[in-house]
Ligand binder design. Sequence first.
Ligand SMILES: Cc1ncc(C[n+]2csc(CCO)c2C)c(N)n1
Length: 228
Amino acid sequence: MSFTKELRRENEDVFQAIFDHPFVQGLGEGELPKEAVAHYVKADYEYLNTFLTLYGTAISQSDSREDITFFHNQIAFVLGDEIHPHRNLSDYAGTPYENLQGYPMPPTADHYRAHMKSVATEGLLGKTIAAMLPCPWTYDEIGKELKRRFSPEPDHPFYEWIEFYADDSIAETTGYMMKRLDEEAERASPEDRRKMKEAFRKSCQLELAFWEMSYSLEEWPAGKETAR
Ligand SMILES: Cc1ncc(C[n+]2csc(CCO)c2C)c(N)n1
């Protein structure tokens, strides 16, 4: 069995909990509290900024034109295309997208960022990919599952969001990162393979926690991090 097949099997519990989460179900049903959607977009805008810098780190750890091109193209994709699902959600929340940018990350999103950054700074491309992969992988499956279960029509409030993540381009991104992780895992030491698994599972857990953070409007307990 390939390394990524093992990862998927070992993390079935988290994938299932993500599908069952009320925020994800609400996306399918077309009904969510507007504040929760705004809370998600605020945190996710900053999350995507972190993800962009991680592609930069991955480039610095790459030794082939193919990998560099892939990560470079993903930076362009996040900057140019991933604003569409965010605009869909901002419209639903009734707030201009620009007003949902520049907020401090709530604790869970901040923890997710710190986790990915810390794994990436260990310097091994396989570990960096392992920490990043649950991001496209869980969204690819969420998009496909919501499309299959709810068959949204263009008048569905989250039609664009679901169509965007159900699209083949997300599956292709996931597929390339899976292939590269399988190759890197193949020549990694048992200890590094164990660390890749640990990094992957923690990112899966943090994907689930990100949905819960949004749904529960999680904030820092004493308000903004620092007074401005
Ligand atoms: C918390 C969180 N996790 C995953 C995504 C989805 N996503 C973000 S970047 C990317 C890959 C593009 O190369 C994908 C699929 C999100 N928006 N927010």
